[in-house]
Design a protein around this ligand. Structure first.
Ligand code: NI
Length: 170
C-alpha cells in the first residue's frame, strides 16, 4: 500500500484523457488499493486515476458516512441519465479549498468493471450521482472548475498558484 501524490489544478496532466483498462490484472488491483488508501487518507469521497497521474479509466468512490462502502469503477460508462438536474456544491482533492455549485444529471445508471474484472451496474442519485459524474469528468481531462465562469476560473488558478509558491517557500 502506498499514498500517491495528488496532482493539483491547473497541472496540465489533469487535462489528459485516460485510456481504457485493457486487462484488470494485479497491476490494476494494486493501483486500486493505493488509490483507495490515498482517497481515505485525504480524506475525500472519490478519486480518479488521472489525479494521481495514471491515465487509465479507474475510479474509486466511497460516499458513506463510515467510509466502509468502497466502489471500484474500471472503464465506467453512464448508460442512462435523467433529464432532471440537481445542483450540488462540489469540491475536489485536486482543487483544495475551493467549493462551488455545479449542475449535473440528478440520477444515472452506471456500468463498470470491478477489481475482479466483472461487469456490474448500479443506479445512483444524490451525492453518489454527483461523485460518479465528477470523477468520470476527470478521466476525460475535465476538472469541475471548468463549469464555472471564466472569471472564477481565473481567480481559482491565481489562488492555487499562490498557495503553491508559498508551499515551496515554507
Ligand atoms: Ni475531483
Amino acid at each position: 500500500m502506498a499514498l500517491l501524490p495528488i496532482l493539483r489544478y491547473p497541472d496540465p496532466r489533469l487535462f489528459k484523457v485516460a485510456e481504457p483498462v485493457r486487462e484488470v490484472d494485479d497491476r490494476i488491483r494494486q493501483l486500486v488499493r493505493d488509490m483507495a488508501e490515498t482517497m481515505y487518507d485525504a480524506p475525500g469521497v472519490g478519486l480518479a486515476a488521472t489525479q494521481v497521474d495514471v491515465h487509465e479509466r479507474v475510479i474509486v468512490i466511497d460516499v458513506s458516512e463510515e467510509g466502509d462502502d468502497l466502489r471500484v469503477l474500471i472503464n465506467p460508462e453512464i448508460i442512462w441519465k435523467s433529464d432532471d438536474l440537481q445542483v450540488y456544491e462540489e469540491g475536489c482533492l485536486s482543487v483544495p479549498g475551493v467549493y462551488d455549485k455545479v449542475e449535473r444529471a440528478a440520477s444515472i445508471r452506471v456500468r463498470a468493471l470491478n477489481e475482479n474484472g466483472e461487469t456490474y451496474e448500479f443506479d445512483a442519485d444524490g451525492l453518489l450521482a454527483v461523485c460518479v459524474q465528477h470523477e468520470m469528468d476527470h478521466l476525460m481531462g475535465k476538472v469541475f472548475v471548468e463549469y464555472l465562469s471564466p472569471l472564477k476560473q481565473n481567480r481559482i488558478r491565481t489562488k492555487l498558484r499562490k498557495q503553491e509558491r508559498e508551499a515551496v517557500r515554507a
